[in-house]
Design a protein around this ligand. Structure first.
Ligand code: NAD
Length: 363
């Protein structure tokens, strides 16, 4: 400036409320070695270790590492948290006289831990091995008789999360990519949430930046430990946003698709993300500025290019969706009204779905 003064433009702070979740976070390479201390810290002596069948061996190793603090293992965790599996695990908990659960794995195993803990009141420790983010949310989706019901409450929120990036070094690259894009969806929707706060927006921005930097590095070097650390940190950031604020159009469409057509969770998020965010990008332009700064403008196209560079799935048709399914999914997605920064109308949602089905780059 000619007179030597500098004008600083500060962002305007709107009034907000913010509630921080009480979950204890233990983060770092080798953190799993602290599992025993963390179980004892919760006043527990007999942990039931939960895994999927695919991660059974790691569950057995964890039981050995816990030694006398382990009551046993249950390896029946599976997608969509079926109530029948939860009941089986709950019976196992009682038979073994276990006093807490340790969920080791991705969002499916975390879901089982939440379901058991919320029914029995036992404390829960989660050891995440993907980037889904469920471990820091008070949300649980369960299925029974083909119907998925989602509920939320403080009894569902895990007590302690141990983030140990060592456990993600072997996460296959395609799963790392789709899981990372799933996490990014929480952050992007968190930026324009009606009940957001500057704190959650800061978490969202950090989470997005972490995945922006980490995922391309992992594509070339899946064992890049710095990138793995960053991605898991991003998962915590993005998951915290999901746990703290309301989601909108993107999560609604993904849940509708996933629930009605039984689609894979992370892949569905990965395919839809550029299209749903593209749909609201103009309407939520101010809130999405941090994301545009990271990914570029227009945001929908930039996210499409980012996903494409990561070789993520980009077409719903490749996930087994038929073009004839799109009308039904549109009707289902619009059946219950919900808030969106851009009003939802049939033609717009149908074209979001069609573009995602065909893999068309958002304009
Ligand atoms: P997942 O938990 O279903 O895991 C997919 C597969 O990858 C499983 O076989 C698992 O054993 C395996 N796996 C996990 N970590 C691995 C690793 N490090 N190396 C090799 N294999 C590994 O997948 P996800 O995407 O983590 O979770 C999806 C589920 O989580 C969905 O059911 C979704 O609804 C739920 N979810 C819930 C919330 C919530 O807040 N309630 C949030 C996000 C996701």
């Amino acid at each position: 400036m000619t007179d030597g003064t500098v004008t600083v433009v500060r962002p305007r702070l709107e009034p907000f409320t913010h509630t921080a979740a009480p979950t204890r976070i233990v983060f770092g390479r080798g953190a799993l070695a602290r599992i025993g201390d963390e179980v004892e810290r919760l006043g527990c002596r007999r942990a039931l270790v939960l895994t999927t069948p695919q991660q059974r061996e790691q569950g057995i190793e964890l039981v050995a590492a816990l030694g006398s603090l382990a009551a046993g293992a249950f390896d029946g965790a599976t997608m969509h948290t079926p109530v029948a599996v939860t009941e089986e695990a709950t019976v196992r908990l009682a038979e073994l006289d276990a006093d807490c659960v340790v969920a080791f794995g991705g969002g499916s195993t975390t879901g089982l831990g939440k379901a058991v803990a919320s029914r029995t009141g036992v404390p829960q420790v989660v050891v995440p091995t993907t980037y889904a983010g469920s471990e820091v949310t008070p949300i649980l989706g369960e299925t029974e008789g083909g119907v998925k019901t989602t509920r939320s409450g403080p009894e569902i929120l895990p007590d302690t999360v141990i983030y140990d990036p060592d456990l993600t070094d072997g996460l296959p690259v395609p799963l790392s990519v789709t899981s990372g894009l799933n996490a990014m969806a929480h952050a992007l929707e968190g930026l324009y949430a009606r009940d957001g706060s500057p704190v959650f927006s800061a978490f969202a921005e950090q989470g997005l930046r972490a995945f922006h930097d980490a995922l391309p590095a992992l594509l070339d070097h899946p064992g890049d430990q710095d990138a793995r650390d960053l991605a898991l940190y991003g998962a915590w950031m993005c998951g915290t946003v999901l746990g703290g604020v309301g989601m909108s159009i993107h999560h609604k469409i993904c849940h509708t698709l996933g629930g009605s057509l039984d689609l894979p969770h992370a892949e569905t998020h990965a395919v839809l993300l550029p299209h749903t965010i593209g749909y609201v990008a103009e309407a939520a332009a101010d809130a999405l500025i941090p994301a545009v700064d990271i990914f570029d403008d227009p945001l929908g196209a930039a996210l499409f290019d980012f996903a494409s560079s990561l070789r993520a799935p980009q077409r719903l048709r490749d996930l087994g969706v038929a073009e004839s399914d799109l009308d039904t999914v549109t009707d289902l997605a619009l059946a219950k009204p919900y808030w969106s920064p851009r009003p939802l109308e049939h033609q717009g949602i149908r074209s979001v779905l069609h573009d995602a089905w065909a893999g068309k780059r958002p304009s």
